[in-house]
Ligand binder design. Structure first.
Ligand code: TMP
Length: 235
């Protein structure tokens, strides 16, 4: 199925297939932070992130969200539609945490009066800078109609995910999405959804996400395992 390596990212390798519209994503046992400045091999992480992301994307597909996810192929691999990635990191926040706390001096854990969306320009050389809708338009990263669509989809995905995580006792604090254009130029949800790119807290405020790695709070794979087990209960 896999033909040649197209791209090697921090968390995944991307391979071409015999079908020009399909790719294979291989999840790596690697955790990074600060744009790759800190990098560690964590055995089992790739498999857990792939399984968690596959379950979530299957549920999103079933709920009618258009995504790049086709199917999970193995522990580490999934089959995806090939997309032209829109170079934006779309962050949605329900609760103050992470860079929002640092930037605005708001206490971690404070619920926001409504979900908010932030954009970051996906560019490693520039360290993924914060970017607004005027910049996105001026730099021709996306049209204002595309930005409106991405925002509406992100709010809709948040409503779905928040409800699913609430059912298994988890609070979805924030997350990052990426979108891409499929072969017909349609914007669809791409990349992954796992505790690598979201924050999940349990009822006691325990962190079940990559903050365990960022803050040295214990075993990352132990908490990813908990999230996977809980998500499997949803099926
Ligand atoms: P932040 O609070 O560090 O800005 O992160 C907000 C959310 O976005 C958090 O769930 C982690 C996720 N995220 C990524 O997935 N990749 C990134 O490069 C960054 C900065 C954040």
């Amino acid at each position: 199925m896999k033909k040649e390596l197209l791209y090697s990212g921090k968390a995944k390798d991307i391979f071409s297939t015999d079908d020009e519209n399909l790719i294979v994503s291989v999840y790596k046992d690697q955790a990074t932070m600060l744009n790759g400045a800190r990098k560690e091999t964590i055995e089992g992480k790739g498999s857990l992130a792939n399984q968690i992301s596959s379950l979530i994307f299957e549920k999103l597909n079933t709920a009618g969200v258009e995504t790049h996810f086709v199917k999970r192929l193995s522990e580490r691999e999934q089959l995806n539609k090939k997309v032209e990635v829109v170079p934006l990191e779309v962050v949605l926040r329900n609760v103050a945490a992470g860079s929002f706390v640092k930037r605005f001096g708001i206490e971690e854990g404070q619920s926001l009066s409504r979900p908010i969306i932030e954009f970051y320009y996906k560019n490693d050389d520039l360290d993924d800078p914060f970017i607004n809708e005027d910049h996105i338009d001026l730099l021709q990263i996306a049209t204002s109609e595309e930005v409106d669509y991405i925002k509406a989809e992100t709010y809709r995905i948040n409503d779905l995910l928040r409800a699913w995580f609430a059912q298994i006792g988890l609070n979805l604090i924030d997350f990052k999405l990426e979108f891409g254009k499929d072969k017909d130029g349609k914007l669809i949800l791409a990349d992954e959804f796992s505790p690598d790119n979201c924050r999940l807290w349990d009822a006691d405020g325990n962190h079940l996400d990559k903050d365990v790695f960022r803050r040295d709070l214990g075993s990352l794979t132990d908490v990813y395992e908990i999230v996977l087990k809980k998500l499997e209960e949803l099926h």
